[in-house]
Write a protein that binds this ligand. Structure first.
Ligand code: NAD
Ligand code: TDX
Length: 342
């Protein structure tokens, strides 16, 4: 199976590539990524010289670049590339519209022309908006996005749907809850809190800290995506979650405990505008239909994540200083040139 992964230098994409290459023999992956601030090729440093993996630096909005790669022929596209941080979408939504909406359309159009047999669109629970206490969103729930990020993802989901309906395009949509784990950029709640504790900084908790998120360990998400890619039904949507929403303050206190740091580091700060109170998903469809279920419980996943950030101080330092952005020119290009000469 040859898969084009977009956004593979980001958090979930890089975990997916590592997982997919180790889970299946004889597969091939091309990683297509623009390397925005969120793209870090260091995430794949351990596999970037494997012969069944290749990186292409390009923008999904560049139709010629996308078509040029798809011309090679692929069995599937796994489309992760997106602007993904809610706070950045509040500061400015332009890139979210460009990459998430226009970029997804470019991908769909190119994949349709090249007759790609399977297209996995990786989306989010945020498209359903905020849930009331005890309420859970199923795949049939209405879309009610509240942030510009969520609205851009909902728009991309609807564009995918239109290609399925109009062009009989073979796409599947997944909507997952909040991911955490190794290689997550320290702007998102869990890696930000861990790296702030390690740097002796305060932990900014928005509002009253009682907003709930349903955290899933990134490898469980990758396993779910693999199952959908292999066995999911074309035209369907699959929710993916862990079934256990937790208030943010609970997560922050658990991290402090694991890091043996005092609660006094917590600082309640001004709330995020339009801050969704609660995300919760009914994911019984993927569990029943594809036999998937999460394998890593929250305590074990948080422990593993804290251990990883502690053991990878260089990665954290480079991610925080911006040094990681030099990795492509300084190391990746050179290493590939050396390998090509051998
Ligand atoms: P991320 O921000 O860590 O990575 C995004 C990647 O996309 C980066 O490598 C970046 O360089 C690349 N990219 C951005 N714009 C691009 C463009 N125009 N062309 C090519 N590449 C581009 O994101 P993530 O957290 O890994 O999320 C991946 C996908 O999963 C996104 O579609 C996101 O909406 C979705 N998702 C994320 C979560 C979560 O908790 N992080 C949960 C559910 C769904
Ligand atoms: O400094 C912070 N303090 C804080 O209290 C940050 C960065 C976040 N928060 C809160 C806001 C949210 O309630 O923590 C919660 C999680 O925040 P984020 O990590 O920014 O994630 P969220 O906004 O929930 O969105 C995430 O999950 C769904 C991903 O960023 C999205 O890409 C994904 O689609």
């Amino acid at each position: 199976m040859k898969v084009l992964v977009t956004g593979g230098a980001g958090f979930i994409g890089s975990n997916f590539i590592r997982y997919f290459l180790s889970a299946h023999a004889g597969v091939e992956i091309v990683n297509f990524d623009k390397l925005t601030y969120a793209g870090n090729l260091r995430n794949l440093a351990d596999i970037d010289s494997q012969p069944n993996y290749r990186f292409v630096r390009a923008d999904i909005c560049d139709a010629d670049a996308v078509d040029g790669v798809l011309a090679e022929g692929f069995d599937a596209v796994a489309h992760f590339a997106a602007e993904s941080h809610v706070d950045r979408s509040i500061a400015g939504a332009r890139e979210f519209i460009r990459t998430n909406v226009e970029g997804t359309w470019v991908m769909l159009e190119a994949a349709r022309k090249r007759k790609v047999p399977r297209f996995l669109h990786v989306s989010t629970d945020e498209v359903y908006g905020s849930m009331a206490p005890k309420e859970m969103a199923s795949e049939k729930s209405e879309l009610a996005p509240n942030s510009p990020y969520a609205a851009s993802k909902a728009a991309s989901d609807l564009m995918v749907r239109s290609y399925v309906q109009t062009h009989k395009f073979p796409a599947i949509i997944t909507r997952c809850t909040n991911n955490y784990g190794p290689y997550q950029f320290p702007e998102k709640l869990i890696p930000l809190m861990i790296s702030n504790v390690l740097a002796g900084k305060k932990l900014p908790v928005y509002g009253d800290g009682l907003n709930e998120r349903d955290w899933i360990f990134v490898e469980d998400h990758c396993r779910a995506l693999d199952a959908v890619l292999q066995k999911g039904r074309i035209g369907e949507i699959y929710n993916i979650g862990s079934g256990r929403p937790v208030p943010n303050i609970g997560i922050v206190r658990s991290l402090l405990k694991l890091l043996s740091a005092p609660d006094g580091l917590i600082e309640f700060v001004q709330d995020r505008p339009g801050h969704d109170r609660r995300y919760a998903l009914d994911d019984s469809k993927i569990r029943h239909e594809l036999g998937w279920q999460p394998q890593v419980d929250l305590d074990a996943g948080l422990q593993h994540t804290v251990d990883w950030y502690r053991a990878n101080g260089d990665w954290v330092r480079e991610a925080t200083s911006g040094e990681y952005q030099e990795y492509y020119e300084k190391f990746y290009v050179k290493r590939r040139a050396t390998l090509a000469q051998l």
